[in-house]
Design a binder for this molecule. Structure first.
Ligand code: ZN
Length: 248
């Protein structure tokens, strides 16, 4: 371990209740592209706004076309060493939960129970009806779409959408409430792979710090909150967290 990793390991050892916070950077190490990054999908193709999805059949069709186009990427991705380190901190009781901006479900795939994964932007690995909430599996929807051109919709008449929070869609109330509660109980807040510039998500590390917790940031690039952090590591997440937590 280098000196910074040793310091991170020491902060983890000294903490009683850690909250982990993850962004795109932890999942790029599993081959999932960072949509917001320079050259990322969203710089070439404007994201579809929630109001457009609700209003326009063409927007719904395009939204689903893009989702199915990405299916191979989502389906093939598996948790990496960074996810395993997060899972170990939660399994051992050191950390209470992980708050994530990611929609890939890789924290659950790494063995963390749903109840300890707080998804601020939802989850793209399944879909649900926006009216009645019925859950739908992506694969069945894809077959209908590709074979018969059917845009996913529910028996109740509602539109079916991936369980993600789109631009223009309100933040999930329960997830936001839980994330705030956990943040206020933490004595160490570790942000992994988030540029910490997207609000309200980036408000949680700030809240933790104001509330007296220590703040550690691991991200390849500088972030919006480096100035208030106790420790900043511009290193890969898997390698850094793996070493600090002691998992392969
Ligand atoms: Zn429905």
């Amino acid at each position: 371990m280098d000196a910074e990793q040793v310091e991170l390991a020491r902060m983890i050892r000294d903490a009683d209740r850690i909250v982990l916070f993850t962004g795109a950077g932890i999942s790029t190490e599993s081959g999932i592209p960072d949509f917001r990054s320079p050259g990322g999908v969203w710089t070439k193709q404007r994201p579809i706004d929630f109001s457009d999805f609700m209003r326009s059949d063409a927007a719904r069709r395009e939204s689903w076309r893009r989702r199915f186009e990405m299916e191979e990427t989502w389906r093939m991705a598996t948790p990496n060493r960074g996810h395993r380190a997060v899972a170990e901190l939660i399994r051992s009781g050191k950390a209470s939960c992980v708050i994530t901006q990611n929609i890939d479900g890789l924290h659950q795939d790494s063995g963390i129970p749903d109840s300890k994964v707080i998804e601020l932007h939802g989850n793209t690995t399944y879909a649900h009806c926006l009216d009645c909430g019925t859950r739908y599996e992506i694969e069945a929807l894809r077959v209908d779409f590709e074979q018969d051109g059917i845009v996913p919709h529910c028996a109740c008449g509602g539109w079916v959408k991936t369980a993600t929070i789109s631009f223009g869609q309100s933040m999930p109330v329960e997830a936001m409430r839980l994330a705030e509660r956990e943040t206020l109980m933490a004595d160490l807040f570790i942000s992994l792979g988030s540029s910490l510039v997207v609000y309200p998500a980036a408000g949680f590390p700030e809240l933790a710090k104001r509330n007296g917790a220590r703040l550690a940031i691991v991200n390849l690039q500088p972030t919006g909150l480096d100035e208030i952090a106790d420790l900043v590591l511009n290193q890969p997440i898997g390698e850094t967290m793996g070493a600090a937590v002691g998992v392969d």
